[in-house]
Design a protein around this ligand. Sequence first.
Ligand code: VAH
Length: 315
Amino acid sequence: MQQSILILGACGQIGTELTLALRERYGNENVIASDIREGSDSLMNSGPFEILDATSYDAVEEIVMHYEVSEVYLMAAMLSATAEKFPERAWNLNMNSLFNVLNLAKEKKIDKIFWPSSIAVFGKNTPKENTPQHTLMEPSTVYGISKQTGERWCAYYNAKYDVDVRSVRYPGLISWKTQPGGGTTDYAVEIYLQALEEGTYNCFLKEDTALPMMFMDDAIRAAIELMESAGEKLSIRSSYNLGAMSFTPGEIAGSIKKQLPEFSISYEPDFRQAIADSWPSSIDDSQARKDWGWHPEFDLERTSAEMLKQLRTLN
Ligand code: VAH
């Protein structure tokens, strides 16, 4: 039996599309999806699925041994806004799931790990524009603290135990197949849905809040390209800065108006504004471009065209 890939948190915003992309690339039966609840029909009907709690070492180990898993994509996490409401649950999920897969690799039960970090590892004292790969990192959210700590553990397990763990600091991700859950950047998904359904959107961030963003197709390709890269090329084992575009709510509204002239937007900042204000406006991802050839393919205009086209087919 060809060794297989296990996705933890396969029903989330990234996990759903990642599972479908990996199944297309490696064969449905070689990609095991898992989560604490069932997912979309396309995910459930396209290959093996297991109900699995990523914070249980024994449960994850049992699935790894049963399916002869060689690679794990750990996508289970509680995102920034929700984590502020449930700090201890977020810490438990985000950290113990990571320790489980790092220890499985340390014990040579799996060969390779993908684990997503986030621009949330940066804080208000980090240089905001073109944020460097190596810089001051003082995250002020539970989510950001868990991702910064996770990065340090990834680098430690790689240096001390030669664990092959690979990671990128994702910006805000924009997708149409699966709704995001509990993120500060989720406005950039909601706005397209509501533009089509309501013709208007009340944004929870200020008009001029610039944030790094990425279309999901780029995000999925980045994970797969990083995992398929030769290990010796990778100079970063904490997590790579990864960029594609940056825009403000005003700019994404302008992009939508080009296709939906009647669309209107209003602004009513809430607690997520303080989270967004602590994050960079743009990212320097030159190390990822140098080490493993990263290049984004979606800018704001192409993203808006694709989002509106695909969402129209869903309605
Ligand atoms: C969040 N979508 O908003 C996530 C992401 C950079 C933001 O990590 O929490």
